[in-house]
Ligand binder design. Sequence first.
Ligand SMILES: Cc1cc2nc3c(=O)[nH]c(=O)nc-3n(C[C@H](O)[C@H](O)[C@H](O)COP(=O)(O)OP(=O)(O)OC[C@H]3O[C@@H](n4cnc5c(N)ncnc54)[C@H](O)[C@@H]3O)c2cc1C
Ligand SMILES: Cc1cc2nc3c(=O)[nH]c(=O)nc-3n(C[C@H](O)[C@H](O)[C@H](O)COP(=O)(O)O)c2cc1C
Length: 751
Amino acid sequence: MRIVSIGGGPAGLYFSLLMKKSDPAHDITVVERNRPDDTFGFGVVFSDATLEHVAEADRTSHAEITSHFAHWDDIDIHYRGQVLTSAGHGFAGMSRQLLLDILQKRCAELGVRLEFQREVGDPGAYADADLVLGADGVNSIVRSRYAEHFRPRIDWRANKFVWLGTTFPYPAFTFLFKESVHGLWRVHAYRYDQSMSTFILETTEATWRRAGLDRADEDQTLAFCEQLFAEELQGHRLLKNRSLWRSFPTVRNGSWRHGNVVLVGDAAHTAHFSIGSGTKLAMEDAIALARALQSHGEVEKALAAYEEDRRPEVERLQRAAQVSLEWFEEAERYHARLEPIQFAMSLLTRSLRVTHENLKTRDPRFVAAVDRWYVSRAEQQAQIAVSAPSPPPPMFTPFRLREMLLSNRIVVSPMCQYSAQDGTPGDWHLVNLGSRAVGGAALVVAEMTDVSREGRITPGCTGMYKPEHVVAWKRIVDFVHAASPARIALQLAHAGRKGSTRVLWEGMDEPLPAGNWPLMSASALPYHPYSQVPKAMDREDMMRVRDQFVAAARMAQQAGLDMLELHVAHGYLLASFISPLTNIRTDEYGGSADNRARYPLEVFDAVRTVWPAGRPMSVKISATDWAEGGLELDDAIDFARKLRQHGCDIVTVSTGQTVPDQKPQYGRLYQTPFSDRIRGEAEIATMTVGGIASYDDVNSILAAGRADLCVLARGHLYDPYWTRHAAYEQGFDLPWPDQYVSVKGFTPRLD
Ligand SMILES: Cc1cc2nc3c(=O)[nH]c(=O)nc-3n(C[C@H](O)[C@H](O)[C@H](O)COP(=O)(O)OP(=O)(O)OC[C@H]3O[C@@H](n4cnc5c(N)ncnc54)[C@H](O)[C@@H]3O)c2cc1C
Ligand SMILES: Cc1cc2nc3c(=O)[nH]c(=O)nc-3n(C[C@H](O)[C@H](O)[C@H](O)COP(=O)(O)O)c2cc1C
């Protein structure tokens, strides 16, 4: 097979040597524009896991590479005069030049032809080869030459960075945050041999311009950085090597192959340097591609298999890299606000790959310090002492909202059961909510409960609009209070334009085939084009519905509920006022964000006035509509701020469901970043919900300050005893009800 690699970086060299090793008859040429000893940049990092793949693929180069490693286990975070160390991370670094030397030498030994100082202008010149490798890095000409086939998308990130070296031998992977008169600077530094470290400096474009670095040449950059970090460098120098200020491009391609041409490494995809994975990805691509060619005789099939194999892993890493780069872009948001240990947790767990549990395995002392700090904060907040021999995990710390004291941080999310008779909850609701209260969650939020018959989503929705409802709810509330320490809240709502529809299992948001009732909403816009057109509410409608909310709140008080949540999310009536996609009013309740917030706030104020002062109120919001022209996070932050000013105690941060053509990005903890921002910027307590399934994620979210309470919906449908199971797995003693005390000493076998 005749193979040409355009580019002799880690991807091109490593692939070439693996192929030549597998079959010396292959005719392989690497065409590289630089000289063999020209390299830009300083060190590269590998994790222990990557090295295992490299060892399996070629023991010879693995042995050479590892013999030159600088190893470290610790991550040091320099923050406001403190250094926080988290151990057990298992990384190794080496000089990029040395890595290329080793790979070049191994290629030459095996008989790969290396053509240096040869710049490829048109990859078409190699069209007659059996396989052409686009291994020409981030600015790939192979990718641009066949752009219509590869369909590249390049996302240029906002921050500026420069790649420098230093003679300061950093003992750990070091993140350094430093404020100057110009702004906040972030350094990512790690040692790559006995005496040298990579030193990447990153900042926002505004800070960079304020410091005059937009006009600085390499030497001026170096002088500026040496002065800024004189104290940290302790007399050591910084070094340049084509150290130009750049913006990071996240490269993605619709396809990585076209005919006999294939992209590998940075040409195919990049992952931000803050997760140090560019070289790893390049070498793993090389391994996967070589394997695919060895197992499939035909190039076309092999390239398809390579892409199918690698793409999910690469995309997973790119998602982690995206969260990580955003964290660094937004570091100003966390920097002044979080205390050192929480800042460290926020940094370490930013891309969800490192978690509370995972850190505990690596460094139990660090996590014990986090837990100690967290419980002491919780004690202050809840005004209660926690008596436990050792600090409990964050999820088992108390939390107070007005006079309501929660014994832990787990909440059962409101979930419609579509099983009520004219709004009256029955035995199903008693068992459903009662068993979840016994299951250990500190707060159970009963489903969306409508303030009028016409305000229901479906004929099976619960209500709080007639005296029977008070009796039926009181039965449930009394059971929860008698059988568990859990508190119980009611979510009050009006379905607005999403009403008069079928129960979930007959078609969510689908209009009833018969027996419909009239709808109203902020504007006369139907949900689906074929849904009923709602009436745009006039002032009289608004006052009537507001009074229905007030009446329902009074009834909720009679029923003994501990908390009320107003549903201002998911496109229902109150939310329809907030979103510009559903509110096109021209009166003082439409137009500006203030106007759109006016009616929901009027309802909130009216309810707050009659709801007992000692009992809290939350509001559930959609922090984005996931749709063009709709609400975005900044709008939600602004609304959350208004809610705080009106006396709202806590916001439940959900997203979407405003319009049917939304484009949500679901996944693990997919709504938690919204909670993080709202909590920090609107300075209000938050409940995060969405894709939470493990106690580990709960502990990580809480310890990193991304929310105050964690809410599980489907997790609780699946397992009403979710909190009990989480307690058992963490060795935490959660008292059982008297009826169940025999469980003590019973060992469940879950595997
Ligand atoms: C600031 C910064 C820090 C980084 N830190 C790390 C880190 O800590 N760890 C890590 O693993 N990765 C890191 N990386 C990423 C890493 O450098 C790349 O991801 C990795 O080198 C990709 O390998 P590659 O072979 O795909 O591309 P490259 O290493 O870029 O190699 C491409 C080669 O193609 C050659 N070439 C390009 N065009 C032509 C042409 N027309 N003709 C002939 N030759 C051509 C280039 O000269 C180059 O040698 C960092 C990157 C940056 C920017
Ligand atoms: C069956 C079901 C019914 C739901 N009903 C409501 C509801 O009444 N009120 C509400 O705010 N959210 C409702 N939701 C949304 C959930 O409360 C939650 O926000 C969402 O499911 C994401 O959380 P999860 O990933 O833990 O399931 C419902 C979800 C499900 C699965």
